[in-house]
Write a protein that binds this ligand. Structure first.
Ligand code: ADP
Ligand code: MG
Length: 555
């Protein structure tokens, strides 16, 4: 610590490069060790990366905080948030502590011996390009120790820590109970589903709390909270109907994000979803590579085959068909669709249109004619928001009507109406639906380098810049966090480095994700990195599938 102080005093006023003197050295403070892993090249570059290691004796986490993998993840998340709060007023210190979801992330790690490592960034202070050594010492010598103090036994709020761990463990456990109960999702009574705005993910104040309809009410047992009741959405085909503005999309959105755990107070702590649930939507303009969309879209005009469909500019319907096949390929067991983001001609083709445009001239087999096969042949459930077409009533196992934000079970009436108001449309099947055969990837078609030897991974929730490619992520709606996107970027770097001429990407991705779950974060970027969060394999594949110029072939 004294050494750090004397270096910073000595280089005060010198050129910025002199900060390099503190790089990769270990400085011992009374309560922790500090390592500055990377010093930024100049005051305007991305901030420097540093770590503190706080010994087990200083933190003294209660045993309950690490008693299960879910609790351990929650405890790490909690400590990162405590540190984030402690440095909130200091622009130059930042930690990647996450938003409303509790993800497995690299900002805080707990060593086997109980020591806690916090990874953060620090903007090393300068005036122009001159080092402000005294200010740097103020930052690292007093502000930092006070922030670290917040995660030690002297300051930690153990009740809040326990609430955090219990809430996360409950969500993980409830999610694991779904399959055995024959459910694809559970929405707990009292949940608050709507968000403040499209850019503010916190719960809407004054919202109507969720209440389950009696016929769909189930009771699950949470390990900490005990019995919880809510609406169980069963396997099979579930339709969410209702008038516009009655809360249909809000319910589906909550189900989409139910694959993740949420922080206490989020309102969605009792909303859990099949971890293999994937949102399916249209995204015209995207690239598609060698996807067999023939179950949904047959021969295109001029005899173009769709068994390995490739385009730089997909239409609404082809993009949605491709995304659906890609989701199945990546292991989706539940599909989530909203009419708001679906292509009409992909979803429906009604009696009159069947009469006007003969089947031979319509390549599309609408989703309505495949939804039962998905359930019966592939065991894939669907939750579909559809207020605009009754053609789906014939196929739905469960029909939920949203009425002023309250769900009503209208299954019986819907079946009655399906019987008494036949649609008169014919089912339009081609060949029977088969599970998609996995494609193989040419790893060299991923080019993560901007210049030779210079890997470039730059992430936001909307875009991934990988090498010279810009991948549009806005339609990958189950990405929760920018740091997941960064991790995905680095996973693609690993795929690119494969020495095989052809690989099947999904098993490799699962291997890498399993390593991250074991805590092997540093292997991903090659250096200690605090800005990574665990994605799902489905989102990694979704990003890879949108990379322009990627080469897949049908295996
Ligand atoms: P729909 O898909 O049925 O048209 P939305 O889900 O888009 O309806 O919801 C319409 C509006 O109602 C949104 O602004 C949403 O935030 C709000 N909303 C949804 N659920 C609730 C609720 N439980 N309480 C209060 N407002 C809600
Ligand atoms: Mg809607």
């Amino acid at each position: 610590m004294r050494e750090l102080e004397s270096v910073l005093r000595r280089i005060d006023g010198r050129g910025y490069k002199a900060y390099r003197e503190i790089e990769r050295r270990r400085f011992r403070f009374p309560a922790f060790e500090l390592v500055v892993d990377h010093v930024q090249g100049d005051p305007f570059a991305a901030p420097s990366r540093a770590r503190v290691r706080v010994s087990a004796g200083e933190v003294r986490l209660p045993r309950s905080a690490t008693a299960s993998p879910a609790r351990r993840r929650a405890a790490r998340d909690f400590l990162a948030r405590v540190f984030a709060t402690a440095v909130r007023d200091h622009r130059d210190l930042a930690i990647d502590a996450g938003g409303q979801t509790v993800l497995d992330r690299s900002a805080c790690l707990i060593a086997p011996d109980g020591a806690v490592e916090l990874r953060f960034t620090v903007g090393l202070p300068a005036a122009g390009r001159r080092i402000l050594g005294r200010k740097a010492w103020e930052l690292l010598g007093s502000v930092l120790p006070r922030a670290v103090e917040a995660v030690t036994a002297r300051r930690l709020d153990l009740d809040a820590l326990e609430r955090h761990c219990a809430a996360v463990e409950d969500q993980t456990d409830l999610r694991e109970q779904l399959a055995a109960r024959g459910l694809v999702a559970f929405v707990g009574d009292g949940s608050v589903l709507p968000r403040r705005s499209g850019v503010d993910d916190r719960p809407l104040e004054g919202a109507v709390p969720f209440g389950s309809p009696p016929s769909l009410r189930v009771e699950l047992e949470a390990p900490n909270a005990g019995p919880v009741t809510g609406m169980g959405i069963p396997h099979g085909i579930t339709l969410v109907v209702g008038g516009g503005f009655h809360g249909k999309s809000t319910l589906l959105r909550a189900i989409e994000t139910g694959v993740y755990d949420h922080v206490p107070g989020d309102g969605r702590e009792r909303v859990v979803t099949d971890p293999a649930a994937v949102k399916n939507r249209a995204e015209d303009g995207r690239a598609v590579t060698a996807v067999d969309i023939s179950p949904f879209i047959g021969e295109l005009p001029h005899g173009r085959s769709t068994h390995a469909f490739t385009t730089d500019l997909a239409s609404g319907s082809t993009s949605q068909a491709a995304a659906l096949v890609e989701a199945l390929e990546s292991g989706a067991r539940t599909l989530l669709l909203d009419e708001d983001t679906s292509a009409t001609n992909f979803m429906i083709r009604d009696e009159r249109m069947q009469a006007l445009v003969e089947k031979a001239k319509e390549p599309i087999t609408p989703f309505v004619d495949r939804i039962r096969e998905l359930r019966d042949r592939l065991g894939v459930s669907t939750v579909l928001v559809m207020g605009g077409s009754g053609d789906y009533l014939d196929h739905a196992d469960t029909v939920i009507q949203m009425d002023a934000y309250r769900p009503v079970d209208v299954t019986e009436r819907a079946h009655e109406i399906a019987r008494t108001h036949p649609t008169g449309r014919r089912e339009e099947h081609g060949a029977e639906l088969e599970p998609p055969r996995p494609r193989t990837l040419d790893p060299r078609s991923i080019r993560p380098e901007r210049k030779p030897g210079r890997i470039a991974v730059k992430a936001s929730l909307e875009h991934l810049l990988l090498g010279r490619s810009d991948i549009d992520l806005r339609a990958i709606e189950q990405l929760a966090d920018r740091s997941q996107v960064r991790a995905i970027g680095w996973i693609l770097v690993h795929l690119a480095r494969s020495r095989d001429a052809r690989i099947e990407p999904l098993p490799v991705i699962h291997d890498i994700l399993a390593g991250l779950e074991r805590g092997e974060w540093d292997g991903l970027t090659g250096h200690p990195d605090g800005d990574l969060a665990l994605p799902r394999a489905a989102e990694v594949m979704a990003v890879l599938n949108r990379l322009r110029g990627v080469r897949f072939s049908r295996g």
